[in-house]
Design a protein around this ligand. Structure first.
Ligand code: PEP
Ligand code: MG
Length: 585
Protein backbone atom coordinates (compact mmCIF):
# COMPACT_ATOMS: atom_id res chain seq x y z
CA UNK A 1 0.00 0.00 0.00
CA UNK A 2 1.33 3.45 -0.93
CA UNK A 3 0.53 6.51 1.18
CA UNK A 4 1.26 10.12 0.27
CA UNK A 5 2.07 12.66 2.94
CA UNK A 6 4.11 15.80 3.46
CA UNK A 7 7.86 15.42 2.82
CA UNK A 8 9.50 16.58 6.03
CA UNK A 9 13.10 15.40 5.96
CA UNK A 10 14.87 14.10 2.84
CA UNK A 11 16.35 10.67 2.23
CA UNK A 12 15.13 7.10 2.10
CA UNK A 13 14.65 4.73 5.04
CA UNK A 14 13.73 1.07 4.75
CA UNK A 15 12.98 -0.95 7.85
CA UNK A 16 10.58 -2.35 10.40
CA UNK A 17 7.71 -0.34 11.89
CA UNK A 18 7.64 0.50 15.57
CA UNK A 19 4.12 1.72 16.26
CA UNK A 20 4.45 4.25 19.03
CA UNK A 21 1.45 5.47 20.88
CA UNK A 22 2.58 6.56 24.28
CA UNK A 23 -0.81 7.27 25.71
CA UNK A 24 -3.16 4.76 24.16
CA UNK A 25 -3.68 1.73 26.32
CA UNK A 26 -5.11 -1.50 25.05
CA UNK A 27 -8.04 -2.32 27.27
CA UNK A 28 -9.70 -5.66 26.69
CA UNK A 29 -13.27 -6.36 27.80
CA UNK A 30 -12.38 -9.23 30.14
CA UNK A 31 -15.41 -10.98 31.70
CA UNK A 32 -15.51 -11.30 35.48
CA UNK A 33 -17.54 -13.44 37.88
CA UNK A 34 -19.98 -12.02 40.43
CA UNK A 35 -17.56 -13.07 43.17
CA UNK A 36 -14.76 -10.97 41.55
CA UNK A 37 -16.67 -7.70 41.89
CA UNK A 38 -15.33 -6.74 45.37
CA UNK A 39 -11.73 -7.36 44.19
CA UNK A 40 -12.30 -5.21 41.11
CA UNK A 41 -13.67 -2.40 43.30
CA UNK A 42 -10.58 -2.62 45.51
CA UNK A 43 -8.36 -2.47 42.39
CA UNK A 44 -10.21 0.64 41.29
CA UNK A 45 -9.82 2.30 44.71
CA UNK A 46 -6.13 1.45 44.79
CA UNK A 47 -5.64 2.96 41.34
CA UNK A 48 -7.41 6.14 42.48
CA UNK A 49 -5.18 6.39 45.56
CA UNK A 50 -2.03 5.79 43.52
CA UNK A 51 -3.08 8.40 40.98
CA UNK A 52 -3.74 10.87 43.77
CA UNK A 53 -0.28 10.27 45.25
CA UNK A 54 1.30 10.83 41.83
CA UNK A 55 -0.57 14.08 41.20
CA UNK A 56 0.22 15.45 44.66
CA UNK A 57 3.91 14.67 44.09
CA UNK A 58 3.91 16.53 40.74
CA UNK A 59 2.07 19.42 42.35
CA UNK A 60 4.70 19.68 45.10
CA UNK A 61 7.51 19.68 42.60
CA UNK A 62 5.90 22.36 40.45
CA UNK A 63 5.21 24.50 43.55
CA UNK A 64 8.87 24.31 44.45
CA UNK A 65 10.10 25.09 40.95
CA UNK A 66 7.52 27.55 39.71
CA UNK A 67 5.37 28.71 42.58
CA UNK A 68 1.88 27.86 43.80
CA UNK A 69 0.13 29.57 40.91
CA UNK A 70 1.32 26.94 38.43
CA UNK A 71 0.58 24.10 40.77
CA UNK A 72 -3.03 25.19 41.03
CA UNK A 73 -4.11 23.53 37.80
CA UNK A 74 -3.55 20.21 39.52
CA UNK A 75 -6.35 21.03 41.93
CA UNK A 76 -8.67 20.47 38.97
CA UNK A 77 -7.05 17.08 38.41
CA UNK A 78 -7.55 16.16 42.05
CA UNK A 79 -11.20 17.19 41.81
CA UNK A 80 -11.74 14.76 38.95
CA UNK A 81 -10.43 12.00 41.21
CA UNK A 82 -12.99 12.88 43.83
CA UNK A 83 -15.93 13.09 41.43
CA UNK A 84 -18.54 10.91 43.14
CA UNK A 85 -20.72 10.66 40.05
CA UNK A 86 -17.89 9.23 37.99
CA UNK A 87 -16.81 6.80 40.71
CA UNK A 88 -20.36 5.61 41.39
CA UNK A 89 -21.12 5.14 37.72
CA UNK A 90 -18.04 2.91 37.37
CA UNK A 91 -19.08 0.79 40.37
CA UNK A 92 -22.72 0.54 39.20
CA UNK A 93 -21.75 -0.54 35.70
CA UNK A 94 -19.18 -2.96 37.06
CA UNK A 95 -21.94 -4.69 39.02
CA UNK A 96 -24.30 -4.75 36.05
CA UNK A 97 -21.96 -5.58 33.19
CA UNK A 98 -19.60 -8.08 34.81
CA UNK A 99 -16.60 -6.79 32.85
CA UNK A 100 -13.19 -5.93 34.29
CA UNK A 101 -12.91 -2.52 35.92
CA UNK A 102 -10.42 -1.07 33.38
CA UNK A 103 -12.90 -1.74 30.58
CA UNK A 104 -15.81 -0.25 32.50
CA UNK A 105 -13.76 2.75 33.55
CA UNK A 106 -12.50 3.48 30.05
CA UNK A 107 -16.11 3.38 28.73
CA UNK A 108 -17.29 5.79 31.44
CA UNK A 109 -14.31 8.04 30.71
CA UNK A 110 -15.15 8.13 26.99
CA UNK A 111 -18.75 9.00 27.81
CA UNK A 112 -17.70 11.91 30.06
CA UNK A 113 -15.36 13.29 27.41
CA UNK A 114 -18.07 13.07 24.74
CA UNK A 115 -20.64 14.84 26.93
CA UNK A 116 -18.20 17.64 27.83
CA UNK A 117 -17.14 18.13 24.19
CA UNK A 118 -20.73 18.85 23.20
CA UNK A 119 -21.17 21.57 25.79
CA UNK A 120 -21.18 25.19 24.76
CA UNK A 121 -19.58 26.38 27.97
CA UNK A 122 -15.90 27.13 27.29
CA UNK A 123 -14.94 26.54 30.92
CA UNK A 124 -16.45 23.06 30.91
CA UNK A 125 -14.91 22.30 27.54
CA UNK A 126 -11.52 23.11 28.97
CA UNK A 127 -12.08 20.51 31.69
CA UNK A 128 -11.86 17.81 28.99
CA UNK A 129 -8.09 17.83 29.07
CA UNK A 130 -8.13 17.49 32.89
CA UNK A 131 -10.51 14.54 32.71
CA UNK A 132 -8.57 12.95 29.90
CA UNK A 133 -5.25 13.42 31.65
CA UNK A 134 -6.40 12.04 34.99
CA UNK A 135 -8.35 9.26 33.26
CA UNK A 136 -5.24 8.08 31.42
CA UNK A 137 -3.28 8.07 34.65
CA UNK A 138 -5.94 5.97 36.38
CA UNK A 139 -5.99 3.55 33.45
CA UNK A 140 -2.22 3.30 33.49
CA UNK A 141 -2.31 2.44 37.18
CA UNK A 142 -5.15 -0.06 36.70
CA UNK A 143 -3.21 -1.81 34.00
CA UNK A 144 0.04 -1.59 35.92
CA UNK A 145 1.47 -0.25 32.66
CA UNK A 146 4.68 1.68 32.41
CA UNK A 147 4.49 4.68 30.12
CA UNK A 148 6.15 3.64 26.89
CA UNK A 149 9.08 5.67 25.77
CA UNK A 150 11.36 5.78 22.77
CA UNK A 151 14.40 5.80 25.01
CA UNK A 152 14.72 2.03 25.15
CA UNK A 153 14.40 0.93 21.56
CA UNK A 154 16.32 -2.31 21.22
CA UNK A 155 16.69 -2.50 17.43
CA UNK A 156 16.71 -0.21 14.41
CA UNK A 157 13.15 0.82 13.56
CA UNK A 158 11.01 3.36 11.74
CA UNK A 159 8.88 5.13 14.33
CA UNK A 160 5.23 5.50 13.32
CA UNK A 161 3.12 7.70 15.59
CA UNK A 162 0.06 9.92 15.63
CA UNK A 163 2.47 12.67 16.66
CA UNK A 164 5.75 12.86 18.53
CA UNK A 165 6.04 15.27 21.40
CA UNK A 166 9.30 17.20 21.87
CA UNK A 167 10.02 15.13 24.97
CA UNK A 168 9.51 11.90 22.94
CA UNK A 169 12.06 13.00 20.36
CA UNK A 170 14.44 14.46 22.92
CA UNK A 171 14.62 11.26 24.94
CA UNK A 172 14.51 8.71 22.16
CA UNK A 173 17.34 6.32 21.46
CA UNK A 174 18.46 8.11 18.29
CA UNK A 175 20.83 5.48 16.95
CA UNK A 176 17.96 3.05 16.56
CA UNK A 177 15.58 5.39 14.75
CA UNK A 178 15.85 5.14 10.96
CA UNK A 179 12.83 7.25 10.07
CA UNK A 180 9.72 9.05 11.33
CA UNK A 181 6.19 8.76 10.03
CA UNK A 182 3.34 10.68 11.66
CA UNK A 183 -0.41 11.12 11.18
CA UNK A 184 -0.42 14.85 11.81
CA UNK A 185 1.95 17.79 11.35
CA UNK A 186 3.36 19.98 8.61
CA UNK A 187 6.76 20.81 7.14
CA UNK A 188 7.67 23.10 10.02
CA UNK A 189 6.22 21.12 12.92
CA UNK A 190 8.81 20.30 15.52
CA UNK A 191 8.83 16.60 14.46
CA UNK A 192 9.86 17.62 10.94
CA UNK A 193 12.50 20.00 12.25
CA UNK A 194 13.88 17.37 14.60
CA UNK A 195 14.00 14.74 11.83
CA UNK A 196 15.98 17.12 9.62
CA UNK A 197 18.42 17.88 12.41
CA UNK A 198 18.98 14.20 13.02
CA UNK A 199 19.20 13.53 9.27
CA UNK A 200 16.42 10.99 9.55
CA UNK A 201 14.07 10.67 6.54
CA UNK A 202 10.55 11.64 7.57
CA UNK A 203 7.05 11.97 6.17
CA UNK A 204 4.38 13.74 8.22
CA UNK A 205 0.68 14.54 7.87
CA UNK A 206 -0.24 11.07 6.60
CA UNK A 207 -3.53 11.25 8.53
CA UNK A 208 -4.11 7.51 8.96
CA UNK A 209 -0.63 5.99 9.09
CA UNK A 210 -1.06 4.57 12.59
CA UNK A 211 -4.35 2.96 11.64
CA UNK A 212 -2.84 1.26 8.61
CA UNK A 213 0.36 -0.15 10.09
CA UNK A 214 1.33 -2.52 12.84
CA UNK A 215 4.64 -3.01 14.61
CA UNK A 216 6.82 -5.31 12.53
CA UNK A 217 5.46 -4.25 9.10
CA UNK A 218 8.17 -3.42 6.59
CA UNK A 219 8.15 0.17 5.48
CA UNK A 220 9.80 2.37 2.88
CA UNK A 221 9.92 6.05 3.82
CA UNK A 222 10.83 8.45 1.05
CA UNK A 223 11.26 11.75 2.89
CA UNK A 224 12.21 13.62 -0.28
CA UNK A 225 8.96 12.86 -2.09
CA UNK A 226 6.67 12.34 0.91
CA UNK A 227 5.88 8.73 0.03
CA UNK A 228 5.45 5.78 2.38
CA UNK A 229 5.08 2.20 1.14
CA UNK A 230 3.75 -0.46 3.51
CA UNK A 231 5.04 -4.02 3.03
CA UNK A 232 6.58 -3.29 -0.39
CA UNK A 233 7.13 -5.95 -3.05
CA UNK A 234 10.58 -6.96 -4.31
CA UNK A 235 10.59 -4.48 -7.18
CA UNK A 236 9.82 -1.53 -4.91
CA UNK A 237 12.48 -2.63 -2.43
CA UNK A 238 15.05 -2.84 -5.22
CA UNK A 239 14.11 0.60 -6.57
CA UNK A 240 14.28 2.26 -3.18
CA UNK A 241 17.51 0.58 -2.11
CA UNK A 242 19.04 2.08 -5.27
CA UNK A 243 17.53 5.47 -4.50
CA UNK A 244 18.86 5.31 -1.00
CA UNK A 245 22.44 4.81 -2.13
CA UNK A 246 22.09 7.51 -4.82
CA UNK A 247 20.91 9.94 -2.21
CA UNK A 248 23.89 9.17 0.00
CA UNK A 249 26.21 9.65 -2.99
CA UNK A 250 24.55 12.96 -3.91
CA UNK A 251 25.06 14.24 -0.35
CA UNK A 252 28.66 13.01 -0.21
CA UNK A 253 29.61 14.82 -3.41
CA UNK A 254 28.25 18.09 -2.12
CA UNK A 255 29.97 17.81 1.24
CA UNK A 256 33.22 18.39 -0.66
CA UNK A 257 32.27 22.06 -0.71
CA UNK A 258 32.43 22.18 3.05
CA UNK A 259 35.39 24.51 3.38
CA UNK A 260 34.47 26.81 0.50
CA UNK A 261 32.84 30.18 1.22
CA UNK A 262 29.21 30.82 0.28
CA UNK A 263 30.13 33.36 -2.34
CA UNK A 264 28.46 34.07 -5.68
CA UNK A 265 30.35 34.06 -8.98
CA UNK A 266 30.40 37.87 -8.94
CA UNK A 267 31.81 38.01 -5.41
CA UNK A 268 28.78 38.60 -3.16
CA UNK A 269 29.35 36.82 0.13
CA UNK A 270 26.63 35.50 2.44
CA UNK A 271 26.90 33.42 5.58
CA UNK A 272 25.55 29.91 5.91
CA UNK A 273 24.93 28.63 9.40
CA UNK A 274 23.14 25.77 11.07
CA UNK A 275 20.08 25.38 13.25
CA UNK A 276 20.49 23.04 16.19
CA UNK A 277 18.16 21.64 18.77
CA UNK A 278 20.71 19.77 20.83
CA UNK A 279 24.46 20.10 21.48
CA UNK A 280 24.96 16.53 20.15
CA UNK A 281 24.42 17.92 16.65
CA UNK A 282 27.61 19.98 16.64
CA UNK A 283 29.80 17.34 14.99
CA UNK A 284 27.37 17.19 12.09
CA UNK A 285 27.23 21.01 11.96
CA UNK A 286 31.01 21.16 11.58
CA UNK A 287 31.12 18.23 9.15
CA UNK A 288 28.64 19.97 6.84
CA UNK A 289 30.64 23.19 6.72
CA UNK A 290 28.44 25.59 8.70
CA UNK A 291 30.03 28.94 9.43
CA UNK A 292 28.32 29.17 12.77
CA UNK A 293 25.05 28.43 14.51
CA UNK A 294 22.26 30.71 13.38
CA UNK A 295 19.66 29.26 15.72
CA UNK A 296 20.18 27.22 18.84
CA UNK A 297 16.69 26.17 19.96
CA UNK A 298 17.53 26.12 23.66
CA UNK A 299 14.10 24.89 24.72
CA UNK A 300 15.13 21.32 23.92
CA UNK A 301 17.54 21.49 26.83
CA UNK A 302 14.48 21.84 29.04
CA UNK A 303 12.76 18.87 27.53
CA UNK A 304 14.54 15.67 28.27
CA UNK A 305 14.51 15.92 32.00
CA UNK A 306 12.19 15.78 34.97
CA UNK A 307 12.62 19.30 36.40
CA UNK A 308 13.90 22.50 34.88
CA UNK A 309 17.63 22.69 34.11
CA UNK A 310 19.54 24.75 36.68
CA UNK A 311 21.51 27.83 35.67
CA UNK A 312 24.77 25.90 36.05
CA UNK A 313 23.52 23.01 33.98
CA UNK A 314 22.52 25.41 31.22
CA UNK A 315 25.81 27.27 31.46
CA UNK A 316 27.74 24.01 30.99
CA UNK A 317 25.67 23.08 27.93
CA UNK A 318 25.98 26.53 26.33
CA UNK A 319 29.68 26.76 27.14
CA UNK A 320 30.21 23.37 25.53
CA UNK A 321 28.52 24.57 22.32
CA UNK A 322 30.40 27.88 22.04
CA UNK A 323 33.72 26.25 22.88
CA UNK A 324 33.26 23.55 20.26
CA UNK A 325 32.46 26.18 17.65
CA UNK A 326 35.91 27.69 18.37
CA UNK A 327 35.21 31.31 17.65
CA UNK A 328 32.45 30.86 15.08
CA UNK A 329 29.25 32.65 16.09
CA UNK A 330 26.55 30.85 18.07
CA UNK A 331 23.14 32.52 18.21
CA UNK A 332 21.35 31.32 21.31
CA UNK A 333 17.66 31.83 21.15
CA UNK A 334 16.03 32.22 24.52
CA UNK A 335 13.35 29.76 25.57
CA UNK A 336 10.64 29.40 22.93
CA UNK A 337 8.17 27.31 24.83
CA UNK A 338 4.62 26.89 23.56
CA UNK A 339 2.91 26.26 20.24
CA UNK A 340 3.82 22.66 19.53
CA UNK A 341 6.76 22.73 21.94
CA UNK A 342 5.44 22.30 25.43
CA UNK A 343 7.21 21.06 28.51
CA UNK A 344 5.52 18.23 30.35
CA UNK A 345 7.18 19.20 33.61
CA UNK A 346 5.63 22.68 33.54
CA UNK A 347 2.08 21.53 32.92
CA UNK A 348 1.21 24.82 31.26
CA UNK A 349 -2.57 25.19 31.11
CA UNK A 350 -4.29 23.85 28.03
CA UNK A 351 -5.01 26.67 25.57
CA UNK A 352 -7.51 26.91 22.73
CA UNK A 353 -4.97 28.60 20.43
CA UNK A 354 -1.52 27.65 21.69
CA UNK A 355 0.31 29.32 18.79
CA UNK A 356 -1.42 32.59 19.68
CA UNK A 357 -1.11 32.03 23.37
CA UNK A 358 1.31 32.04 26.25
CA UNK A 359 4.39 31.41 24.11
CA UNK A 360 8.08 32.20 23.99
CA UNK A 361 8.98 35.71 25.17
CA UNK A 362 5.49 36.16 26.62
CA UNK A 363 6.03 33.18 28.90
CA UNK A 364 9.58 34.30 29.76
CA UNK A 365 8.56 37.85 30.68
CA UNK A 366 5.91 36.38 32.97
CA UNK A 367 8.47 34.03 34.54
CA UNK A 368 11.43 36.31 35.27
CA UNK A 369 13.09 33.73 37.52
CA UNK A 370 13.23 31.11 34.79
CA UNK A 371 14.09 33.72 32.15
CA UNK A 372 16.87 35.36 34.11
CA UNK A 373 18.48 32.03 35.00
CA UNK A 374 18.74 31.32 31.28
CA UNK A 375 20.03 34.79 30.44
CA UNK A 376 22.72 34.55 33.12
CA UNK A 377 23.74 31.12 31.79
CA UNK A 378 24.01 32.44 28.22
CA UNK A 379 25.95 35.51 29.35
CA UNK A 380 28.35 33.36 31.35
CA UNK A 381 28.92 31.17 28.29
CA UNK A 382 29.69 34.30 26.26
CA UNK A 383 33.01 34.56 28.07
CA UNK A 384 34.09 31.35 26.32
CA UNK A 385 33.30 32.04 22.67
CA UNK A 386 31.45 34.05 20.08
CA UNK A 387 27.96 34.19 21.58
CA UNK A 388 24.97 36.14 20.36
CA UNK A 389 21.58 36.25 21.98
CA UNK A 390 18.21 36.36 20.29
CA UNK A 391 14.64 36.81 21.54
CA UNK A 392 11.80 34.84 19.91
CA UNK A 393 8.26 36.01 19.12
CA UNK A 394 8.91 39.72 19.51
CA UNK A 395 5.72 41.57 18.58
CA UNK A 396 6.93 45.13 18.92
CA UNK A 397 9.35 47.59 20.49
CA UNK A 398 7.74 47.53 23.93
CA UNK A 399 8.16 43.80 24.36
CA UNK A 400 11.71 43.91 23.02
CA UNK A 401 12.63 46.65 25.48
CA UNK A 402 11.19 44.64 28.36
CA UNK A 403 13.30 41.64 27.36
CA UNK A 404 16.42 43.80 27.09
CA UNK A 405 15.68 45.24 30.52
CA UNK A 406 15.65 41.75 32.06
CA UNK A 407 18.89 41.03 30.20
CA UNK A 408 20.43 44.19 31.67
CA UNK A 409 19.38 43.07 35.15
CA UNK A 410 21.02 39.69 34.53
CA UNK A 411 24.21 41.48 33.43
CA UNK A 412 24.10 43.65 36.55
CA UNK A 413 23.77 40.58 38.76
CA UNK A 414 26.80 38.98 37.14
CA UNK A 415 28.83 42.17 37.44
CA UNK A 416 27.97 42.40 41.14
CA UNK A 417 29.41 38.93 41.59
CA UNK A 418 32.43 39.60 39.40
CA UNK A 419 31.41 36.89 36.95
CA UNK A 420 32.89 37.29 33.48
CA UNK A 421 30.81 37.70 30.33
CA UNK A 422 31.13 39.39 26.94
CA UNK A 423 29.84 42.88 27.63
CA UNK A 424 29.38 43.53 23.90
CA UNK A 425 27.30 40.42 23.31
CA UNK A 426 25.18 41.08 20.23
CA UNK A 427 21.41 41.06 20.67
CA UNK A 428 18.97 40.09 17.97
CA UNK A 429 15.23 39.88 17.50
CA UNK A 430 13.47 37.12 15.66
CA UNK A 431 11.06 38.61 13.20
CA UNK A 432 8.26 36.09 13.02
CA UNK A 433 5.12 38.04 13.82
CA UNK A 434 3.60 40.31 11.16
CA UNK A 435 3.44 43.22 13.62
CA UNK A 436 7.22 42.98 14.02
CA UNK A 437 7.76 42.60 10.28
CA UNK A 438 5.79 45.79 9.67
CA UNK A 439 7.56 47.78 12.36
CA UNK A 440 11.06 46.47 11.84
CA UNK A 441 12.35 49.95 11.01
CA UNK A 442 11.61 50.75 14.67
CA UNK A 443 12.90 47.44 16.00
CA UNK A 444 16.13 47.75 14.02
CA UNK A 445 17.14 50.71 16.16
CA UNK A 446 17.10 48.55 19.29
CA UNK A 447 19.10 45.48 18.20
CA UNK A 448 22.25 44.34 16.40
CA UNK A 449 20.59 41.90 14.00
CA UNK A 450 17.36 40.31 12.82
CA UNK A 451 16.64 36.68 12.12
CA UNK A 452 13.49 35.98 10.14
CA UNK A 453 11.48 33.08 11.53
CA UNK A 454 9.49 32.15 8.46
CA UNK A 455 7.92 29.07 10.08
CA UNK A 456 5.88 31.36 12.28
CA UNK A 457 5.84 34.42 10.04
CA UNK A 458 4.08 32.41 7.33
CA UNK A 459 1.57 30.87 9.71
CA UNK A 460 0.69 34.22 11.26
CA UNK A 461 0.53 36.24 8.06
CA UNK A 462 -1.44 33.65 6.06
CA UNK A 463 -3.48 32.37 9.04
CA UNK A 464 -2.30 28.81 8.41
CA UNK A 465 -1.62 26.64 11.44
CA UNK A 466 1.88 25.36 10.70
CA UNK A 467 1.23 21.90 12.13
CA UNK A 468 -2.18 21.26 10.57
CA UNK A 469 -1.79 18.83 7.66
CA UNK A 470 -5.29 19.62 6.35
CA UNK A 471 -4.33 23.16 5.34
CA UNK A 472 -0.68 22.46 4.56
CA UNK A 473 -1.36 23.11 0.87
CA UNK A 474 -1.96 26.78 1.73
CA UNK A 475 1.34 27.15 3.57
CA UNK A 476 3.19 29.02 0.84
CA UNK A 477 6.53 30.66 1.57
CA UNK A 478 6.34 32.39 -1.82
CA UNK A 479 2.93 33.99 -1.20
CA UNK A 480 3.27 37.66 -2.28
CA UNK A 481 2.36 38.77 1.25
CA UNK A 482 5.24 36.78 2.71
CA UNK A 483 7.70 38.01 0.08
CA UNK A 484 6.75 41.62 0.72
CA UNK A 485 7.21 41.16 4.45
CA UNK A 486 10.61 39.52 3.94
CA UNK A 487 11.69 42.33 1.64
CA UNK A 488 10.51 44.92 4.13
CA UNK A 489 12.50 43.28 6.93
CA UNK A 490 15.71 43.00 4.92
CA UNK A 491 15.48 46.55 3.57
CA UNK A 492 14.69 48.04 6.99
CA UNK A 493 17.58 46.11 8.53
CA UNK A 494 20.00 47.33 5.87
CA UNK A 495 18.81 50.93 6.07
CA UNK A 496 19.59 50.76 9.76
CA UNK A 497 22.95 49.09 9.16
CA UNK A 498 22.16 45.79 10.80
CA UNK A 499 22.46 42.36 9.19
CA UNK A 500 19.46 40.21 8.48
CA UNK A 501 19.40 36.42 8.61
CA UNK A 502 16.72 33.79 8.28
CA UNK A 503 16.42 30.69 10.44
CA UNK A 504 12.99 29.41 9.38
CA UNK A 505 12.85 26.28 7.22
CA UNK A 506 12.48 28.43 4.09
CA UNK A 507 16.17 29.38 4.33
CA UNK A 508 17.22 25.78 3.79
CA UNK A 509 14.94 24.97 0.84
CA UNK A 510 17.14 24.80 -2.27
CA UNK A 511 14.31 26.14 -4.44
CA UNK A 512 14.20 29.42 -2.49
CA UNK A 513 17.96 30.08 -2.42
CA UNK A 514 17.97 32.20 -5.57
CA UNK A 515 15.06 34.34 -4.39
CA UNK A 516 16.38 34.94 -0.88
CA UNK A 517 19.83 35.74 -2.18
CA UNK A 518 18.31 38.27 -4.56
CA UNK A 519 16.23 39.83 -1.79
CA UNK A 520 19.50 40.59 -0.03
CA UNK A 521 19.48 38.10 2.84
CA UNK A 522 22.84 38.17 4.66
CA UNK A 523 22.70 34.91 6.56
CA UNK A 524 20.95 31.60 5.80
CA UNK A 525 20.51 29.27 8.76
CA UNK A 526 19.25 25.73 8.20
CA UNK A 527 19.53 22.12 9.31
CA UNK A 528 23.15 21.03 8.90
CA UNK A 529 22.41 18.48 6.18
CA UNK A 530 20.88 21.13 3.92
CA UNK A 531 24.01 23.33 3.95
CA UNK A 532 26.11 21.73 1.16
CA UNK A 533 23.39 21.99 -1.48
CA UNK A 534 22.63 25.62 -0.59
CA UNK A 535 26.34 26.43 -0.74
CA UNK A 536 26.52 24.81 -4.17
CA UNK A 537 23.59 26.92 -5.36
CA UNK A 538 24.99 30.19 -4.07
CA UNK A 539 28.43 29.49 -5.49
CA UNK A 540 26.93 28.90 -8.92
CA UNK A 541 24.83 32.04 -9.15
CA UNK A 542 25.50 35.69 -9.89
CA UNK A 543 24.19 38.13 -7.31
CA UNK A 544 23.03 40.53 -10.00
CA UNK A 545 20.96 37.76 -11.65
CA UNK A 546 19.44 36.86 -8.29
CA UNK A 547 18.54 40.50 -7.66
CA UNK A 548 16.80 40.73 -11.03
CA UNK A 549 14.87 37.51 -10.30
CA UNK A 550 13.77 38.78 -6.88
CA UNK A 551 12.66 42.06 -8.38
CA UNK A 552 10.50 40.33 -10.94
CA UNK A 553 9.20 37.75 -8.44
CA UNK A 554 7.89 40.60 -6.30
CA UNK A 555 5.61 41.69 -9.15
CA UNK A 556 3.96 38.27 -9.59
CA UNK A 557 0.42 37.85 -8.27
CA UNK A 558 0.50 34.32 -6.79
CA UNK A 559 2.84 32.12 -4.79
CA UNK A 560 2.46 29.43 -7.42
CA UNK A 561 3.73 31.74 -10.14
CA UNK A 562 6.62 32.92 -7.99
CA UNK A 563 7.66 29.34 -7.38
CA UNK A 564 7.36 28.38 -11.03
CA UNK A 565 9.31 31.45 -12.14
CA UNK A 566 12.14 31.10 -9.61
CA UNK A 567 12.48 27.37 -10.28
CA UNK A 568 12.67 28.01 -13.99
CA UNK A 569 15.36 30.62 -13.45
CA UNK A 570 17.29 28.40 -11.05
CA UNK A 571 17.35 25.61 -13.63
CA UNK A 572 18.43 28.07 -16.28
CA UNK A 573 21.32 29.36 -14.17
CA UNK A 574 22.36 25.96 -12.77
CA UNK A 575 21.19 23.24 -15.21
CA UNK A 576 23.43 20.81 -13.45
CA UNK A 577 21.38 20.97 -10.25
CA UNK A 578 18.33 19.48 -11.88
CA UNK A 579 20.45 16.71 -13.34
CA UNK A 580 21.98 15.97 -9.96
CA UNK A 581 18.58 15.91 -8.29
CA UNK A 582 17.07 13.81 -11.06
CA UNK A 583 19.71 11.18 -10.48
CA UNK A 584 18.13 10.40 -7.12
CA UNK A 585 14.62 10.11 -8.46
C1 PEP B 1 10.52 30.08 12.96
O1 PEP B 1 9.44 30.34 13.46
O2 PEP B 1 10.77 30.20 11.74
C2 PEP B 1 11.63 29.56 13.78
C3 PEP B 1 12.84 29.41 13.29
O3 PEP B 1 11.36 29.20 15.07
P1 PEP B 1 10.58 27.87 15.51
O4 PEP B 1 10.47 26.98 14.31
O5 PEP B 1 11.41 27.26 16.59
O6 PEP B 1 9.28 28.41 15.98
MG1 MG C 1 9.24 30.51 15.59
Amino acid sequence: MILKGIPASPGVAIGKVFLFDARRFIVSARKIKESDIPTEIVRFEEALIKTRTEIVAIQKKITKEMGTHHAEIFNAHLLVLEDRMLIEEVIDRLKKEHKCVEHVFSRVLDKYIKVFSKMNDEYLKERISDIDDVGKRILKNLLGAKEKSLSDLKEKVIVVAYDLSPSDTATMHKKNVMGFVTDIGGRTSHTAIMAKSLEIPAVVGLEKATARMSSGDILIVDGTEGIVIINPDKAALKKYHARQSQFVKFEKNLVNLKDEPAQTIDGHRVEISANIEMPEEIDSVIAHGAEGIGLYRTEYLYMNKKGLPSEDEQFEAYKNVVTKLSGAPVIMRTLDLGGDKFLSQLEVPHEMNPFLGWRAIRFCLAQPKIFKAQLRAILRASAFGNTKLMFPMISGVEELRQAIEVLNEAKQELRAKNIKFDKDVEIGAMIEIPSAALTCDLLAKEVDFFSIGTNDLIQYSLAIDRVNEKIAYLYKPTHPAVLRLIKNIIDAGHRNKIWVGMCGEMAGEPGFGLLLLGLGLDEFSMSAAAIPEMKYIIRNLKFKDAQAVAEEALTLPTGEEVEEFTNKKLNEFIPNLKKMRRSIK
